[in-house]
Design a protein around this ligand. Structure first.
Ligand code: ARG
Length: 636
């Protein structure tokens, strides 16, 4: 069914003699829903005499299965009438007997259409089995159009910048969210045939490194650093930060009173911090050696942690790595075009308001001492990455609090005349991660919390996992670890990015609610039932499937998969796709438990093949969905 002829042949066998009608926006070879959609439009044309494309566009797909599979919004047919409800009833009566649809329901101005359960498996199961890992995923959507003159061949490239923790500091809830969201955005693009560059932009430059160095002098230990690098650096930072706080408060007080703060800032830890950072910026060998030590051990640790989450970064970039010549180039261009101002105290800035960006205030590019700022480094980094990667798109996965920072970057690029670059950039923002708890300060804490919660759930009910091969092989930790990672991922993907998340170890591993553990568990149960069997789908007896509402509902849901994936990709929101996968999981849990009961009662049936074909199709849909989202299953 992967060619139009073959698909046509299949439909002919069902008794559909007319060729599949074609419409703008329809893609029957990728989306089975469009087959139904197209034939329905054709029927509408026959019974109302309306324009074919108008009929096609008047049809929606139903998200609530109780309301059918498709709906015709009757007024959109633009049939002359004084009463659309009357017309709807009229159309319901005129609706012919059909191979694909049962008789429709008139519901106000909506004509509700249900797929005929007898035909559904005959269309959908061959369709899914012919496509396997490509069902629902347009793996060529990331390919350049070879016909377009400027494009050249090959794949489109996206740079996804995510995670980006700060050296020595806490791994915040925001970093966790960025890691998980960035990872699924990268996976989605990869599944769709894009070239993906995963980039981690470490906070490894700036005054906070100066403060960390001041802390290292007082509290640092090479032994402790070797034992647990991220924890020790964080301990050192916390201690020095505590010593620093009184100075900071004194300065803030003066600033609030609009008094001169230079006296405070030129002594104590202020001076030590800023002095060290100045040395870094001036290329002082000792300062840079210490900085490199912090950076190297941090990257080594993070690499392992990310690997346990199935994440590999292509580049550990960072604020320190931004090319100095490009920074100078950015400043020169902005100065030349009259956007960069130098102030009397030696700093330089952009006054965004003055240049028509009313929502943005003044922003410093270089401070008094000549040090670059976060903003200047970021502007230059965008230019540099554009040259390095020649990307088609770059996505920054960063918390919503930095919204105006990114607006400043984008506005600066526009001021520089780099509009094409600016248009390739997107800030994907997200709200807060709440309830992390005080003792969860590092990424390793977050992972450990999820994994040990998963271990407790699994160990409390070993019988349930007896069939999981990883357990049989004598290594139960791998199952629990994988459950834990999926638990973190799913907790994140259940909500829209702009909603807050709540970190809850219990919830994320519960098998009773939509959780990563539940997704893993039922996927593995299904895979265990199938045991790698690839059922032959020729000449199956579908009676059992047709008679069971549970099976039919699974088929109805599975028809929507490609459309759901498309929505997830377009919006870069995982919520809808994940909720969809849980509709399938919920249904498959019912089916598998029922079957187990039947098996125990000794029930055998002639529809074994059909049942296996269906279960394998469900497995493929779940597997493809998980792949798009970047969730690695316990069992393949
Ligand atoms: N390190 C920053 C932080 O923790 C996030 C970096 C975001 N990315 C960027 N290009 N500015 O807040």
């Amino acid at each position: 069914t992967t060619s139009l002829d073959a698909l046509q042949g299949l439909l002919e066998k069902l008794g559909l003699e007319d060729p599949i009608p074609t419409f703008a926006g329809s893609d029957v070879l990728s989306r089975p829903l469009d087959i139904f959609h197209s034939y329905l439009a054709d029927i509408l044309v026959k019974i109302t005499d309306c324009e074919p494309q108008v009929a096609y566009d008047a049809i929606q797909w139903a998200t609530d299965m109780n309301n059918g599979d498709l709906a015709v919004v009757v007024p959109r047919l633009r049939v002359k009438t004084t009463d659309n409800k009357e017309l709807t009833r009229d159309l319901a009566e005129k609706f012919p007997h059909s191979t694909l649809f049962s008789l429709p329901l008139a519901d106000g101005i909506h004509l509700r259409i249900f797929f005929l359960s007898k035909s559904l498996p005959k269309v959908l199961l061959p369709y899914i089995h012919d496509r396997k890992e490509t069902y629902g995923i347009d793996s060529t959507s990331g390919h350049r159009d070879p016909a377009s003159p400027d494009a050249g061949a090959g794949r489109k490239k996206v740079v996804v910048e995510f995670s980006s923790p700060n050296i020595g500091a806490k791994f915040e809830g925001a970093h966790l969210r960025s890691t998980l969201i960035g990872s699924y955005i990268a996976s989605m693009h990869e599944a769709h045939g894009w070239d993906v560059v995963r980039l981690n932009y470490l906070g490894d430059w700036g005054k906070q490194i100066g403060l960390l160095a001041a802390g290292w002098k007082r509290f640092g230990s090479d032994e402790l650093l070797a034992a647990d690098p991220l924890r020790h650096l964080y301990d050192v930072y916390r201690q020095i930060d505590e010593l620093f706080r009184p100075e900071e408060e004194a300065r803030d007080k003066l600033r609030d009173e609009k008094k001169d703060t230079t006296a405070i800032e030129s002594q104590g830890l202020y001076a030590e911090r800023d002095g060290f950072f100045k040395k870094m910026e001036d290329g002082d060998a000792d300062a840079l050696a210490l900085w490199a030590k912090f950076r190297d051990v941090s990257i080594a640790s993070y690499k392992n942690l990310y690997a346990s989450m199935d994440i590999t970064f292509d580049e550990y970039a960072g604020e320190s790595q931004v090319n100095r010549d490009i920074i100078a180039e950015v400043e020169a261009t902005l100065r030349e075009k009259g956007f960069l101002e130098e102030t009397s105290d030696g700093s330089s800035l952009i006054d965004y308001k003055k240049h028509g960006h009313r929502g943005l205030s003044t922003a410093i590019l270089r401070g008094r001492t000549g040090s670059t700022t976060y903003l200047l480094r970021d502007i230059a980094a965008a230019v540099e990455r554009d040259r390095t990667y020649a990307f088609d798109k770059m996505v920054y996965v960063v918390k919503a609090e930095q919204e105006s920072h990114f607006q400043r970057i984008f506005a600066a690029l526009e001021m520089m005349g780099l509009t094409t670059l600016r248009l390739k950039l997107e800030h994907v923002s997200f709200a807060k991660c709440l309830d992390l708890g005080d003792d969860v300060a590092l990424l390793s804490d977050m992972i450990a919390t999820a994994q040990s919660a998963a271990r407790i759930v699994i160990e409390s009910d070993p019988d349930n996992y007896a069939a999981f091969p990883a357990t049989i092989d004598g290594d139960p930790t791998t199952v629990a670890d994988r459950f834990g990672i999926a638990a973190l991922q799913v907790q994140e993907m259940l909500v829209r990015r702009n909603n807050n998340t709540h970190f809850s170890a219990d919830r994320m591993v519960s098998l009773e609610v939509s959780s990563g553990a539940r997704l893993q568990y039922w996927y593995a149960r299904l895979a265990t039932v199938l045991q790698g069997a690839t059922p032959d789908i020729q000449d199956l007896d579908y009676t059992l499937l047709v008679e069971s509402e549970d099976y039919t509902n699974l088929l109805r849901v599975m028809t929507q998969f490609p459309d759901i994936v498309q929505g997830a990709f377009r919006t870069m929101e995982a919520t809808g796709l994940l909720a969809y996968l849980f509709r399938i999981v919920d249904q498959i849990s019912i089916v598998l438990e029922d079957e187990e009961d039947e098996d125990e009662a000794g029930g055998a049936s002639s529809s074994v093949g059909a049942r296996l074909a269906l279960l394998e199709a469900v497995r493929l849909v779940l597997r493809n969905g998980m792949r798009v989202l970047g969730v690695e299953p316990v069992l393949v």
